[in-house]
Ligand binder design. Sequence first.
Ligand code: DC
Length: 227
Amino acid sequence: MKKIIITIDGWSSCGKSTVAKQLARALGYVYIDSGAMYRAITLYFLRNHIDWTDEKETLEALQNIDLQFIANPLTQQSEMHLNQENVEYLIRDLVVAEKVSDVATIASVRTFAVAQQQKMGEQKGIVMDGRDIGTTVFPNAELKIFMTADIQTRVERRYKEMHDKNPNITMDEVKKNLETRDYIDSHREVSPLRQAEDAILLDNSLLTMEEQLDIALKWVAKKLASH
Ligand code: DC
């Protein structure tokens, strides 16, 4: 069967990766979490005290970064490896979350990540989620989904996720982080977060996981039938 590219963009913590993983599993496609790449770059910069406002320093640092998605044999989920180290867990930390949107505004960082993302899509059969996937990475993708959910739902989801790892975290900290990231992501100069003109809106505030997958799969079937 013909394979397509599916892009899922949207606000922080509105369930993009859940839908993307559901779709990839149902279709036998590869799932790529583009945010993990920006998070891993941020982790590298923080660990190595890179001043990402300095263009030269940033470009040099990027040359020392190798990013790979490697499947965990136990879970079958692909996990982010930074210079051969599994950082899937570390990149979800609030320390990284607080800086990642800043790092993601840097043009050379985006050029570095986007080139690798585009390469991953050459064979199609891919579901990639992020902020600029339907607008910049794959502007010709066959199916583009733009996701949203109301802020309280998003805060509660992310709080639950982060609280399991860090019981000291507060709902207020999570809310502030989401709002700040959404603001920076949608106001930056290079590839700001926005809904592509040909993207379909999916608001999952009131949907169960099964319902959202059902809707998305219907969109896929329609696209496959028309291509
Ligand atoms: O999807 P996420 O929350 O893991 O993404 C982390 C940050 O990375 C997000 O706040 C903005 C940035 N990002 C981006 O600029 N472009 C993407 N395609 C994906 C993420």
